[in-house]
Design a protein around this ligand. Structure first.
Ligand SMILES: [Zn+2]
Ligand SMILES: [Zn+2]
Length: 171
């Protein structure tokens, strides 16, 4: 199960759509599991690493994934070529990830797919998936200019890898 936990307010229909897209992508349930408050002392743009570590514990089973969703900005990441906006963060094979929707001004039925793609990227990493060379795949590097226009899908290889990982982690 993917548990979406919000840090800011999001429209329920938008969250529902996001969960539907995540369900389709991973073939496991996704639901809005509540909201938490950002710990004191953290200011926008958030340091994604610090934020991910300091967010309160969320009730979840060992094989659940917890996706924190914020509309606030995360500090840009430094690349050899300069700075790139941080759309999310996760660690390989861990439970928690965070995604920011700040690159989209207003969330609509038309651009929620972009958010789903960012979420798939981070949840994908948390299932052990690496970046992918297929530009259509959600595991393609998210700071590339074409990334936000893509669909909320994995390539066959990433889809099969994530399915295998999900089968392995299921108790
Ligand atoms: Zn990534
Ligand atoms: Zn792929």
């Amino acid at each position: 199960m993917i548990r979406v936990v919000t840090l800011d307010e999001f429209e329920p229909p938008i969250l529902k759509q996001l969960n539907k897209l995540l369900y389709t992508a991973f073939a496991i349930g996704a639901e809005h599991s509540g909201s938490v408050t950002v710990p004191h002392g953290q200011v926008e743009p958030y340091d994604a690493n610090k934020l991910l570590e300091s967010l309160p514990k969320v009730q979840a089973f060992v094989d659940d994934k917890v996706l924190f969703l914020t509309s606030r900005k995360l500090s840009p990441r430094k690349l050899p070529s300069g700075e790139a906006p941080t759309t999310g963060l996760s660690r390989y094979r861990s439970q928690r990830s965070i995604v920011s929707t700040s690159s989209l001004k207003t969330l609509t039925a038309d651009n929620i797919e972009t958010v789903a793609r960012y979420a798939m990227q981070e949840i994908g990493h948390s299932f052990g998936l690496h970046h992918c060379l297929d530009p259509r795949c959600a595991m393609y590097p998210p700071w590339t200019p074409s990334y936000p226009q893509g669909e909320a899908t994995f390539c066959t290889f990433c889809r099969e890898t994530s399915e295998a990982q999900i089968r392995l982690t299921k108790s």
